[in-house]
Ligand binder design. Structure first.
Ligand code: COA
Ligand code: MG
Length: 299
């Protein structure tokens, strides 16, 4: 099973060449080069040009590259999309997705300009309508024409739109995260948690990573280099989880268990659904190990 870890997903403003360069040496699994919220209206064209230069220049190794464009109805949206098609990142992140049409419409534009079929679409879920319609949006996933593969939570926008607070262990935010997560999983999508703004608060950040991991998130979006390493560590399977996964896989490989649906391992009931989970943990651990053995010594 091929698996792509998406533990750490770092935003970089497209108009910040120093940060774009720095990312070439950071252990982030994925980077989102941003043309939207982190770029002022006066800098949109410069950011687009800077993003294209960075992607063209390369040097990001095995990191997945995602380009976040402006909404299609803004003065920059369509030019961003055409530029993205030319640069051919791994994915285009569509902001403020509120209904399935935001994805199917973007996919149609990509088709019309013969975009490379391997460019995926990621969707920002960050509006009240996006939460309400998360299931219908996620349902675009199985049709390959729609290219949809991942949801990204935009918690800052959700807090703004809802007038809620982020305090108290994200009490107000958790229902939105949970709704988005089950919608995504129902249609086989990945989901990445929102950002933690207070990037100097290491303890608070780590606690929020754990919180997202417990909810089932695949990873977390990040805003600063200092967040990458702790995030990778929280979203990697632990040594105990990996050992347990391999134990389950091995147990079901025993000839006497070949036809059994349920067995006992270390005194615990283990079903074939646990085998499926174990294979996933093993695949992620293998993918992470493969990267740390690769030419990138900082992993
Ligand atoms: N990606 C890569 N490198 C980054 C970075 C990022 N997101 N944020 C900062 N850096 C780099 C800086 O360029 C600097 O590099 P240097 O050592 O070569 O000078 C180094 O990390 C230290 O940066 P620091 O001085 O601590 O931060 P800052 O004051 O320059 O920037 C922010 C702080 C929050 C403005 C900046 O981190 C940022 O723009 N983050 C992303 C915001 C974003 O994209 N938001 C949209 C989604 S919510
Ligand atoms: Mg936003």
């Amino acid at each position: 099973m091929a698996m792509r870890p998406r533990r750490s997903v770092l935003y970089i403003p497209g108009d910040n060449p120093r940060a774009l360069d720095k990312a070439r040496g950071l252990p982030a699994d994925s980077i989102i080069i941003d043309l939207e919220d982190s770029v002022a209206p006066t800098n949109k064209e410069a950011a687009r040009a800077g993003a294209l230069d960075a992607i063209r220049e390369g040097g990001y190794g095995s990191r997945e590259i995602i380009l976040r464009v402006n909404p299609i109805e803004t003065p920059w949206g369509m030019s961003d999309l055409h530029a993205a098609v030319g640069a051919a990142p791994d994915a285009i992140l569509v902001p403020k997705v509120s209904q399935p049409g935001d994805i199917t419409g973007t996919a149609k534009v990509l088709k019309a300009v013969d975009a490379a079929p391997n460019i995926r679409l990621w969707a920002m879920i960050e509006t009240p309508l996006g939460i309400i319609n998360a299931r219908e949006i996620a349902a675009c996933g199985p049709d390959p024409e729609n290219r949809l593969s991942c949801f990204v939570l935009g918690t800052n926008d959700l807090l703004k739109e809802s007038r809620a607070r982020s305090s108290n262990q994200r009490f107000a935010v958790v229902p939105w995260l949970a709704m988005t997560l089950v919608a995504a999983r129902a249609y086989g999508l990945d989901v990445i948690d929102g950002v933690y703004n207070d990037f100097k608060d290491d303890l608070g950040f780590r606690a929020e990573c754990e919180h997202g991991r417990t909810l089932g998130m695949d990873g977390k979006t990040l805003i600063h280099p200092s967040q990458v390493q702790p995030c990778n560590s929280v979203f990697s399977p632990t040594d105990e989880e990996v050992a347990w996964a391999f134990k389950i896989i091995k147990a079901f490989e025993e000839p006497e268990n070949a036809r059994k649906g349920v067995i006992t391992v270390d005194g615990k009931m283990v079903e074939r659904l646990h085998l499926v989970m174990a294979r996933r943990v093993a695949a992620i651990a293998n993918a992470i190990n493969a990267r740390s053995r690769a030419e990138e010594p900082w992993f």
